[in-house]
Ligand binder design. Structure first.
Ligand code: ZN
Length: 134
């Protein structure tokens, strides 16, 4: 699996402008990219904190995964993404160890990276993402 670090922490927000203002004005971080990921029905904004990013997620569609998440649980921590060498291989390894997968094979996430999710029912309640160039 070869996890090297926490690639990013995903946070669901209701209002992207309000959220960016908090991270910039209160925490002093700088938003370096805003990107829409139509596939996931979200708009994302990124901040660098050392080697780790904070990924803000604003829903562009109430029926999308973030829209549904916010409706059920409100805004806040959404997922934890680990940087791995090979996303496909890491998903396969997790499945072999009995984990339920959301993504059987990697798909494209923000920043052109491959991503794949494990189901939170298998991972003690933490929606877990693998993220990598391969
Ligand atoms: Zn993510």
């Amino acid at each position: 699996m070869n996890i090297t670090h926490i690639e990013h922490i995903g946070i669901a927000v209701e209002d992207m402008d309000e959220a960016i203002a908090y991270y910039e004005n209160v925490l002093g971080l700088k938003c370096y990219a805003i990107e829409e990921v139509p596939d996931q029905k979200v708009k994302t904004a990124f901040f660098m904190v050392g080697q780790t990013k904070i990924e803000l997620l604003e829903s562009t569609d109430p029926e999308g995964p973030i829209g549904k998440h916010i409706e059920k649980r409100g805004p806040g921590l959404h997922h934890l993404a680990f940087a791995v060498g090979d996303v496909a291989q890491s998903l396969e390894e997790a499945e072999d160890k009995g984990m339920r997968l959301i993504d059987k094979t990697p798909r494209k996430g923000a920043e052109g990276l491959n991503i794949g999710f494990l189901h939170p029912k298998s991972t003690l309640g933490v929606l877990t993402e693998f993220c990598g160039k391969k």
